[in-house]
Design a protein around this ligand. Sequence first.
Ligand SMILES: NC(=O)c1ccc[n+]([C@@H]2O[C@H](COP(=O)([O-])OP(=O)(O)OC[C@H]3O[C@@H](n4cnc5c(N)ncnc54)[C@H](O)[C@@H]3O)[C@@H](O)[C@H]2O)c1
Length: 421
Amino acid sequence: MTSILAPLVRGICIDAAKTSRIVIPGEGPAPQNALTIDLESAFEKDNKGGEAFSEEGAAKILHEAYASWEFEISPSGAERTETVKKQPSSIVLKRGAQTLAIFWIDRDLDTARNRRKNRDDTLLEEQVLQKSGEASLFQALSAVGRSGVMANRVAVVTGGAQGFGEQISRGLASSGALVFIADLNLSGAEALAEKINDSVGRTAAIAAEADVTSEDSMEHLFTFIAEHSGGLDLCVSNAGILQAGSVMEQKLDAFELTTKVNYVGYFITAKHASRLLRLQHLAAPQWKTDIIQINSKSGLEGSNKNSAYAGSKFGSLGLTASFALELVDYNIKVNSICPGNFFDGPLWADPEKGLFVQYLNAGKVAGARTVADVKAYYEGRIPMKRGCEGPDVMRAIYYLVEQEYETGQALPVTGGQVMLH
Ligand SMILES: NC(=O)c1ccc[n+]([C@@H]2O[C@H](COP(=O)([O-])OP(=O)(O)OC[C@H]3O[C@@H](n4cnc5c(N)ncnc54)[C@H](O)[C@@H]3O)[C@@H](O)[C@H]2O)c1
């Protein structure tokens, strides 16, 4: 139940504050200043004599109760003309006399955890912008400091333990987000989360074991996220593998595995991410959220002897456009980023299994005698003469999150290697 109620509560708080919130479950007696809401009438009889919980009904009750609470603390509407907006820092959900859940609310995870620990239920206060002139100035400035769009937001990165996923996890954490590093490699995700938290001096990263090819695993991941932060603002579907091979030689197993991780895995990720985002949307209809798939330049042009990979990436662009059409109704934007080659990441640079070593040994680059020769050859094919790096992808992520008026797109980040067709 917590994984359903937490996103609804997060949605209500976001809707009122117009900014991100962390919502975590608590225990014990109801805090004194808590906003208490009875959800009894959200439990409806179904036609089989049983009972069903109406998420829409619950969202409506939450909205009404929140509006009454706001009116009580500011009956004259003075709140709207003040520069500080107040919010409850705890919400108790009941069904009649039974307590269904207690939630603690704050801007970031550590502060919310401290509130819960100290049972500090003083009201949350937020500075609000006043005149429309100030609001447009704020918007113009935010385009300059674009990474600010992720401050205090919640993100998940699949395949976040290494490579591009690591770069994205680090980038999001350093721009103030709470990031769930979801990876098949749990120990890698944990080690990275620890490094990130040490370097930013707060709980900015949480590791979670996840296999994007398993429906159970992904369902569990998004429940875990709802229970640990209340919800989500950005899902980066990054996990992907590459198994190259000639169409005449490649084993079916290899083709199917690539398709399963890169294409089916994206579907499963988007399916469970959007279910959580939809719940939040019920309570915060204006709040925009994002699903961003890390695609590839191989999703925009063929890749020689690499058809399983390119096929999975081309197909994923069809998923992106189709998910976008459906999920726009829930204010969820869905876009793909198509990066060029990340030469400094493990896929290319691993000294034993990396593509540079493989291509050197296979004699793929005529005249190349060292790994550096192979790298120089590939860099030379890029108009901007270097590979794609983490910050290049991060800029694309910030752009897509900040850009409210775009969905269903594939954004190339290739140093000019893939241009308009
Ligand atoms: N490296 C590049 O040059 C490049 C270029 C363009 C696009 N991309 C794309 O970027 C994404 C990341 O690639 P990378 O090169 O950084 O990869 P990588 O191999 O360095 O890291 C991939 C991560 O995904 C995890 N992973 C693998 N299978 C998983 C699964 N089933 N469930 C959850 N996690 C899983 C791995 O444990 C690993 O941590 C991929 O989608 C890839 O197609 C990579």
